[in-house]
Design a protein around this ligand. Structure first.
Ligand SMILES: *Cc1c(COP(=O)(O)O)cnc(C)c1O
Length: 369
């Protein structure tokens, strides 16, 4: 029996019966884009995150782009973001015509390092875009201080942190705006692509909503050159059912993380993740660090264990961003981590048996080194 990295089937099984009537209603009324299900989800997600406004959009990358546009980030501007993130964070900056300025991360948590952010701020900096990586909230209070001092905006990439809290405050409510992704594998996942922007600012929310709907505040009125990035009703139905279970599912992830911590503690050579002070993590990923990672990964894969690397190549070393001209050695912490990180199976329905098998296999693979 193989153990997947992420098990979406068990999540679907929990909601399958419940979503049927709502899905049938969507198909019967043919309200496919926007409509009452989308409006209801937006209300519920805003309430969950503790903000005044949520705008559902087509995916997380668009959400970041729309948030950047809403505060006027564009050509000539620089946006600071971590070197080790999913490439979408940088892509969104590029798509508004601004320059992604990568910053190295802290060694312990692999979150954008506020000390290094300070040194990267220039006259052109327009925004700081921290990523709440692996389900841990970035060090936002320090980042906010730096943003305030420099007169720039803090925007969260909260794609991996639905339900996470820092000093009791929810991720997604900590910046001027926040972008999130409901890609199926995220803690709150849709049945396809989906995303959202959250904010307390009604004007910014309206700007995102209008831009995402062809610059159109009402039918056939076009105030700006917008685009099409809207949330589908089918996704809203799916997301509402999963949102109702998110707290429970995140709690199950926390319990699984505690079990991994106990199971792996006896073994040398496996560096376990440690939550930062003030953080209530939601364990989007459980990432250990080992030597000879590629060999360990192959061994686990051969044992039928779903493992991953998030991410094997820091943004500056991808071909897509070779034009930044930042070679190996530019961000030593992110680069060293990329060689050692290994994501273990992590999902709400992960069983003790499965975790024991993962821990056994990992300990054996590492011991061979
Ligand atoms: C998933 C993800 C995104 C992009 O979301 P999509 O919905 O796939 O466009 C952006 N940033 C981070 C950190 C992510 O994990």
């Amino acid at each position: 029996m193989t153990i997947p990295l992420v098990d979406l089937a068990s999540q679907h099984a929990e909601i399958a019966d419940e979503i049927r009537p709502a899905l049938e209603r969507v198909f019967a009324t043919t309200a496919f884009v926007g409509g009452p299900e989308v409006a209801a989800f937006e209300r519920e997600y805003a309430e969950y995150v503790g903000v005044a406004h949520c705008v559902g959009v087509a995916n997380g990358t668009d959400a970041i782009e729309l948030a950047l546009r809403a505060v006027g980030v564009g050509p000539g501007d620089e946006v600071l973001l971590p070197a080790n993130t999913f490439i979408a964070t940088a892509e969104a900056v590029s798509h508004v015509g601004a320059t992604p300025v990568l910053v190295d991360v802290d060694e312990e948590h692999l979150l954008i390092d506020p000390a290094r952010v300070e040194g990267a701020i220039t006259d052109r900096t327009k925004a700081i875009l921290p990523v709440h990586l692996f389900g841990q909230t970035a060090f936002v209070e320090e980042l906010q201080r730096l943003a305030d001092a420099a007169g720039v905006v803090l925007i969260e990439d909260a794609a991996q942190a639905q339900g996470a809290r820092r000093w009791g405050r929810p991720a997604g409510s900590l910046g001027r705006l926040a972008a999130t992704s409901f890609y199926p594998g995220k803690n709150l996942g849709a049945a396809g692509d989906a995303g959202a922007v959250t904010t307390d600012d009604p004007e910014l929310a309206e700007r995102v909503r209008i831009t995402a709907a062809h610059g159109s505040p009402s039918k056939y009125v076009h105030d700006v050159v917008g685009r099409n990035s809207r949330l589908d009703a089918v996704q809203a139905v799916y997301l509402r059912a999963k949102l109702a279970r998110l707290e429970k599912w995140n709690q199950l992830r926390r319990e699984a993380a505690t079990r991994y911590d106990e199971l792996l503690a006896p073994f040398d050579g496996i560096r376990r993740p440690r939550p930062a002070a003030g953080n209530e993590d939601v364990w989007h990923l459980y990432v250990v660090r080992v030597d000879e990672r590629d060999r360990v990964l192959d061994t686990l894969a051969a044992d039928g264990i779903g493992v991953g690397i998030h991410y094997p190549t820091p943004v500056h070393l991808t071909r897509a961003y070779s034009h930044l001209g930042l070679g190996p050695g530019s961000f030593p912490v992110a680069e060293a981590a990329a060689r050692r990180i290994l994501s273990l199976p992590m999902f709400p329905h992960l069983s003790m048996d499965q975790q024991e098998r993962v821990a056994d296999a990992l300990a054996r693979a590492v011991a061979v080194a």
